[in-house]
Design a protein around this ligand. Sequence first.
Ligand SMILES: Cc1ncc(COP(=O)(O)O)c(C=O)c1O
Length: 348
Amino acid sequence: MLLTKENQTPENLLKKNEILDGVHSLIGNTGLIRLSRLFPDKLIYGKLELMNPAGSIKDRTAKFIIGKSLELGLIDSDSLIVESTSGNMGVGLAQICLYHGLDLRLVVDPYINNQTLSLLEAYGAKIEMVNKADEHGSYLGTRINRVQEILAENFNSFWTQQYENPLNPLTHHETAEEIVSQLGDYPDYILAATSTCGTLMGFAEYNEQIGGKMKIVPVDAFGSVIFGGKAEKRVIPGFGASKTSSLLREELLESPMWIREWESIVGCKKLLRHEAILAGGSTGALVAAMEKLDMNPDEKAVIIICDRGERYLETIYSDEWINKTFGTEVFELIKRKVDEGVEYKPFN
Ligand SMILES: Cc1ncc(COP(=O)(O)O)c(C=O)c1O
């Protein structure tokens, strides 16, 4: 209802703008938009997880795991929450733990970007930086060892364990349900980036419960070991992992699509140029995968806009960084790919 001068009473205005209590109540219920400029001839939609208050889909996971663990009595107000993360899960946990007054200790490694580190510190998380690489040359083993030590040293400590906790995928039954209710239909495809596989498996488990009406497509990185293969050095966080996830049930999924890091940068830049959406690397990978997906014109597909791009201003959105990291040839290739292809009509 559009309010006129006559009916603009406080009661009517109050009904229009429902006031929620607490920042955590704004997590979830994110927007769904059609990406009609980037994909003018297809029915492609973006689920705007960057709208969550701390900026990513992991706000949901952090809120759900902490909320349910409190409810189940697994933690109480004196618990120390512990996690090994250098990214969005840390930020999501930092927000929700601060809100609930819970102590949080995050074990991070030197690959953490400066912006995320500053964010975590601003939210009041206690940071432990490991400095020794493990026998595979990665910090993952060292981080997990340090988590184990913290758990042993602190009586009332709790590891949220995002790679194994069934509450991680359970979070995203609701995300999937939101998509279906916003679309008023089951999308034919949902494309999800893979890291812990929580998002992916949440969609897949929901799909199993409703009788398999959708196709859930994992989008992984070259050099990730989630679906097998050998770990290779990757620099863009959010898609791909150097460790497998016990949450994965491949039988519920379509075949994975593998995307190169430079392709994810092209995806990010196209999304920005055509849709004015500044998002992170995993979203760029989903855009790149979407362009490759063979679908009929009347089919609908949803990609997840996983997090905000501000965290990547010094990497994905920095020409200098791309040049330094991938070399001039790839930098030029990215520029060409961003310019070619989809026709840009800003005022249609
Ligand atoms: C930006 C971004 N996209 C996607 C993902 C993948 O999510 P999941 O851990 O549910 O597989 C993550 C995980 O941290 C992320 O930070």
